[in-house]
Design a protein around this ligand. Structure first.
Ligand code: G3P
Length: 214
């Protein structure tokens, strides 16, 4: 499973890149709005750090405008993937962009049928928002499981990004399901490496070493 950071913060991205486990980054307008500076410059900086797929989202809602924005964003870097919301206009735009070889990450996906349409329109990635489904009492993991089955049934090549991750348990569930990618907020990412028994074990080894008999 590829691991992405769900952030637009370059300090967070630089830190996890150093761990040697980061495959890509996903942003959205809410995450970009938290950072200073120009939208395109920030995406370029993120691409240069990650050197892997970086999703940047369009702000338009109209298909023609989405296509125009996507073409513009795709000039930023070879690593740019265009996030397009799962709407009728989003499908129309995705069809055009896919034909041009521009990779689309269809976002704000909350049902298996939306994911089916995303794949048929030519999206390279689909992002079911698991945490937001959980928030309304609709188990997100069941939706992801259905999407996996549908894509396997028809051999769709669209990659599934397990998104809207809230806690490490979501990452475990994503890996057990066998999705292609899990995109993880920084605060959850740093929780993945931590275990109290690891800390206790290190402390005990060092204590014991101090008692070494010469
Ligand atoms: O990648 C999807 C993500 O940005 C949405 O997460 O936490 O706002 O539901 P969240």
């Amino acid at each position: 499973m590829d691991l992405y950071l769900d952030t637009a913060n370059v300090d967070e991205i630089r830190e996890i890149v150093q761990w040697g486990v980061l495959d890509g980054v996903t942003t959205n307008p809410s995450l970009m709005a938290k950072e200073k500076g120009d939208y395109k410059k920030l995406l370029k900086e993120i691409c240069d750090i990650v050197k892997g797929p970086v999703s940047g989202e369009v702000l338009s809602l109209n298909a023609d405008e989405m296509v125009r924005e996507a073409r513009d964003l795709s000039q930023i870097s070879e690593y740019i993937v265009i996030k397009i919301p799962c709407t009728v206009d989003g499908l129309k735009a995705t069809k055009v962009l896919a034909r041009e070889g521009i990779k689309v990450n269809m976002t704000l996906v909350f049902s298996p049928n939306q994911a089916l349409l995303a794949a048929k329109s030519g999206a390279a990635y689909v992002s079911p928002f698991v945490g937001r489904l959980d928030d309304i009492g609709n188990p997100g993991i069941e939706i992801v499981n259905d999407i996996l089955t549908i894509y396997r049934n028809y051999n769709f090549k669209t990659k599934i990004i397990f998104a809207s991750v809230r806690h490490p348990e979501h990452v475990r569930q994503a890996a057990l399901l066998g999705v292609d990618i899990c995109t993880i907020p920084y605060k959850v990412f740093i929780q993945l490496i931590k275990h109290s028994l690891t800390d206790v074990g290190i402390a005990r080894f060092l204590e014991d070493w101090k008692k070494k008999i010469d």
